[in-house]
Design a protein around this ligand. Structure first.
Ligand code: GL4
Length: 829
């Protein structure tokens, strides 16, 4: 039988000592084997890309080994598990990260060099996995790394989009979007599970049936598609634990339309089958508006249904009663995108498992937790009731019932305050009836999280005020973090080595709090010297990249000043550009003597605009037009350069961030829920020029306000400034630079008009004019600090020393202890 076979296999495996070996010779043998048998090239003749493929497969083998051990261990010990549900994961590249987390980087480097290859060169062959938009999606990736490293028993669930975030191509200064068919060259990091499939149903009707004298509502669906699992191993650092990120792809179901096959319309039914695959085809390229599109709703439900079937199946294999569910399973909703899970679990428990409604609801509320990544109410997802009712008729009934019960409970507590009742209702009444996904997520979760202290404070006072007053104990914040494995160890190996040398340990890679130890050396001139060299090397790498991308030669002595993130009005890239125009204008009016005192700058801007976001696209064009003027002005030379880095993504970030001296985080206070880019710059010893927004408030608590350049209106002042409207005072310099753009100084006069209109007095919602003077002062302070290298280096060291709190390890530990109630479960070696 099966048991006997298993025992035999175990005996043989032990006899053979079947584990993979990690000495350079064994690694070489494995790589050559993969060249020959996986890539099917001759082992004596293969190029860099083929070498990358073979190398990746040999790494993957090692990941799979650990993956198996981890999951058998979890299965055996049955800890409470966390399921992290997210429609976006920005993983970027996997090779270097995996090899470093496996702890066999040096062995691989040696193995490859003996074969005549260089690890770094092969690593460059890998494309990015860009299954997400921006901060929210990269945060999910960082958190998976921390979950694995801290040995938490967790799974990630997501969608395997065939087209990731579009590629940004710049033609004549304008953004064009190209599809990112990232699977074209194969993906060695995933394991296709052809046997792990579930049917996902859509449309149809609801019928009432009699079962043993009880009436039950039963969904009779109209369309079925199949979800196929693709597993992506996530190795922890310094542990054998390797987690799974399971991504679902849509495939036509075998039951798709047997009918059609029998009617003789063979060709059309085959063509129709293909429609199923479109569900998981493409990522929506907008990071804060997912408003009422049928395909988007289909994606969400497809994701929710497949994931919950998988989770419930695993639960039932190990446990007998759903009473145990809250003790064994935590389901985390990463933003509102997977909130349909709440209705789906009710449908499973009530319709399929025949639990009593109240009992099912009690279980659901204990199992779910929710994190919101948004600030403003307008950013919250809504789904038209008509759309939902036609796609998921039974779920709509369930949502109405959840809402009815909630409203009844609420009336008991607050009385007949109809305004408040209608604000809190899950169903929004109006010309178009909507389901408010955030209200659903709050009602159905036992904990609601913000992503920084300021973010939660803002939510309490504005967007979620009513809910906060009702359930103050539900609301928590977990300040975001990023993983130092990716953002120092992988992306900045020289800084990594320097930190380990001066701390005398590598332990900070698992415990970022130890970075504070760098403070002990902040006055050491030898340390300063080495610190400076590391930055110089990274600037050189970046300068080469800039020249290759844009043809612009930049001086390494200049201050590298970077703003990279999604292009958005609230992030105020326009403010940055207007500041650059001001700098240019000042330079033009200076004499030789004055110019000698100027700190040379290389201004670097990068980021994608959502394809339908016209103003954001104009900002990109303006950046190019201004760059063209400045970079070709012989009179200016190295004193000022402006470059736009196209197609900003995770791997470009890994190159840009370590090479930055100064980075800009300019969101109008109160608009950036957290911000995570700033944390990556901080870890890389880049100084911040920032508003008091999101997590910056907490960064100041760690490094002190003397070690960054703070500017702009404070959160408490923003509303008042807006109220001033057209009576608001705006500095002359602002009017002047804006006029230069308006008058066509940089060309495209007509095209830039609507962009200029957005910041005209009285219409300047994001307060560029109001913050301009303060912005210029902060820039001047940065210039002043830069010409005192001692001072600058100290600030830089203290930035890294204070960055430990912004490790996603800290965030995840807080979630584990305060929200998910899970404990580490370490697979033995
Ligand atoms: C975001 C926030 O805008 C950003 O401030 C935050 O750091 C990030 C992760 O919590 O989530 N929300 C959306 S939507 N996109 C983001 O990047």
């Amino acid at each position: 039988g099966v048991g006997e076979r298993r025992a035999k296999a175990e005996r043989m495996f032990t006899l053979m000592d079947g584990f993979l070996k990690n000495d350079p010779l064994s690694l070489q043998k494995d790589i050559l084997n993969h060249v020959e048998y996986t890539v099917a090239r001759s082992r004596f003749s293969f190029d860099d890309f083929e070498a990358y493929q073979a190398l990746s497969h040999s790494v993957r083998d090692r990941l799979i080994e650990r993956w198996h051990d981890t999951h058998s261990y979890f299965k055996r010990t049955k800890p409470k598990r966390l399921y992290f549900l997210s429609l976006e994961f920005l993983m970027g590249r996997s090779l270097s990260n995996s090899v470093i987390n496996l702890g066999i980087q040096d062995q691989y480097a040696e193995a490859l060099s003996q074969l005549g290859f260089e690890f770094e060169v092969l690593a460059e062959q890998e494309g990015d996995a860009a299954l997400g938009n921006g901060g929210l999606a990269r945060l999910s990736a960082c958190q998976m790394d921390s979950l694995a490293t801290l040995d938490y028993p967790a799974w990630g669930y997501g969608l395997r989009y065939e087209y990731g975030l579009f590629r940004q191509v710049i033609v004549d200064g304008f953004q064009h979007e190209q599809p990112d068919y990232w699977l074209n060259f194969g993906n060695p990091w995933e394991i296709e599970r052809i046997h792990v499939t579930y049917e996902v149903k859509f449309y149809g009707t609801v019928e009432e049936v009699d079962m043993n004298g009880e009436k039950h509502r039963v969904w009779v669906p109209g369309e079925t598609v199949e979800a196929v699992a693709y597993d992506n191993p996530i190795p922890g650092y310094g542990t054998r634990n390797t987690l799974n990120l399971r991504l679902w792809a849509a495939k036509p179901s075998n039951q798709f339309d047997l009918e059609a096959y029998n009617t003789g319309d063979y060709i059309n039914s085959v063509v129709n089958r293909q429609r199923a695959e479109t569900i998981s085809n493409v990522l929506y390229p907008d990071d804060r508006n997912h408003q009422g599109k049928e395909l988007r709703l289909k994606q969400q439900y497809f994701f929710v249904s497949a994931s919950l079937q998988d989770i419930i199946r695993r639960f039932k294999e190990a446990h007998n009663s759903f009473d145990e569910l809250p003790d064994k399973v935590a389901l985390h909703l990463n933003d509102t995108h997977p909130s349909l899970s709440i209705a789906e679990i009710m449908r499973i428990l009530v319709d399929e498992e025949h639990l009593h409604w109240n009992k099912a609801w009690d279980i659901a509320c204990k199992v779910f937790s929710f994190t919101t990544h948004t600030v403003v109410a307008e950013g919250l997802e809504k789904i038209p009731v008509d759309l939902l009712g036609s796609l998921l008729p039974r779920h709509l009934e369930i949502l109405y019932e959840i809402n009815f019960n909630f409203m009844e409970e609420l009336k008991k507590k607050i009385g007949l305050d109809y305004n408040r009742l209608s604000r809190m209702s899950i169903v929004e009444e109006g010309a178009v009836k909507n389901i408010r996904m955030a209200n659903l997520a709050i009602v159905g979760s036992h904990i609601v999280n913000g992503v920084s202290k300021l973010h939660l404070d803002t939510l309490k006072m504005t967007t979620f005020k009513d809910f906060y007053e009702l359930w103050p104990e539900k609301f928590q914040f977990k300040t975001n973090g990023v993983t130092q494995r990716r953002w120092i160890v992988v992306s900045n190996p020289s800084l990594c080595a320097l930190i380990s040398k001066w701390l005398g340990t590598e332990a900070w890679i698992r415990n970022a709090d130890l970075l504070t130890g760098l403070r002990d050396h902040v006055d050491n001139t030898n340390f300063h010297q080495e610190w400076k060299m590391v930055k110089r090397v990274n600037k050189m790498r970046l300068a080469e990249y800039i020249e290759a991308m844009s043809g612009v030669k930049v001086s390494l002595d200049a201050m590298f000043d970077v703003q990279v993130k999604r292009i958005h009005e609230y992030k105020r890239q326009f403010l940055n550009i207007l500041g650059i125009i001001h700098r240019y204008d000042c330079l033009k009016n200076m004499d030789k003597n004055e110019r000698r005192k100027v700190v040379p700058r290389v201004c670097i801007i990068g980021g994608k605009a959502a394809p339908g976001y016209e103003i954001a696209k104009k900002i990109i064009k303006l950046c190019h037009s201004v760059a063209e003027k400045i970079n070709n002005d012989a009179d200016i030379g190295d004193l000022l350069k402006l470059v736009f880095i196209p197609d900003y993504n995770v791997s470009v970030a890994e190159l840009v961030i370590p090479g930055a001296d100064l980075s800009q985080h300019l969101s109008t206070a109160g608009h950036e829920a957290s911000g995570t880019g700033s944390m990556k710059f901080l870890m890389n010893g880049c100084l911040l020029l920032a508003t008091g927004d999101g997590s910056t408030i907490e960064i100041i608590e760690e490094i002190g306000s003397d070690n960054l350049f703070l500017f702009g209106a404070k959160v408490q002042e923003v509303a008042e400034l807006r109220e001033k409207g057209s009576t608001l005072k705006v500095p002359l310099q602002f009017a002047r630079v804006l006029r230069m753009v308006r008058d066509g100084y940089f060309g495209y006069k007509e095209y830039f008009k609507s962009l200029c209109d957005t910041v005209e007095i009285g219409k300047d919602f994001y307060l560029l004019g109001a913050d301009f003077s303060s912005y210029l002062e902060a820039q001047a302070a940065a210039d002043k600090a830069f010409v005192e290298p001692e001072k600058w280096i100290k600030m830089s060291i203290l930035s890294v020393a204070g960055s430990g709190r912004f490790s996603s390890d800290r965030t995840i530990q807080e979630y584990a202890e305060r929200t998910w109630k899970i404990v580490p479960s370490r697979c033995p070696l």
